[in-house]
Design a protein around this ligand. Sequence first.
Ligand code: PLP
Length: 197
Amino acid sequence: MTLTAVSKTQPPGAIDAALAAGQRVFGENRVQEAQGRWDGRRNSVPGLELRLIGPLQSNKAAEAVALFDVIETLDRPKLADALAAAGARAGKPVHVLIQVNTGAEPQKAGVLPAGVSELLDHARAAGLIVEGLMCIPPADEAPGPHFALLRKLAHRHGLEALSMGMSGDYETAIRFGATHVRVGSSLFGERKPPESP
Ligand SMILES: *Cc1c(COP(=O)(O)O)cnc(C)c1O
């Protein structure tokens, strides 16, 4: 089980403290903000792993491929194509998770559970390395059934990685087989309000 420390909006001192404590896996939800935080540290921290956990626009695919080791938020064929093209240009294998909208919430990113199979086939045909699935359960529901559904979908497709669980529900997620939990505020304290773009 891997702890992904969600470092979005954290000040440099908090990142340095986590690195000094030995933390090496970090999650960020915006490409540009992550570049500012990690470009300078990228090469000086051996073993660093950066994971994109926020929505990605196709026109940022090249920047995302350059910075991140794993992109957890693949949710549509067009983005798969853009990531594959960016990986080919950079000569870099692209590792992804498919984000699943387990609650079928209209405003939320992620492919519907019924669409996982088709997107998986598309991503693999494009040349992406699909490691597993990721979800963010609806805020107003018990998360357990959503984690169970994600695990079921992963098993059905022979996928290993399950990125699920945040500060409020990571213990539940671990019981349901999470391989990666994404924890921000429980680790770093409350976030500052996001910087304006
Ligand atoms: C911010 C964020 C997290 C971490 O949330 P906390 O509640 O602070 O632990 C996890 N996953 C995603 C996708 C996020 O955007």
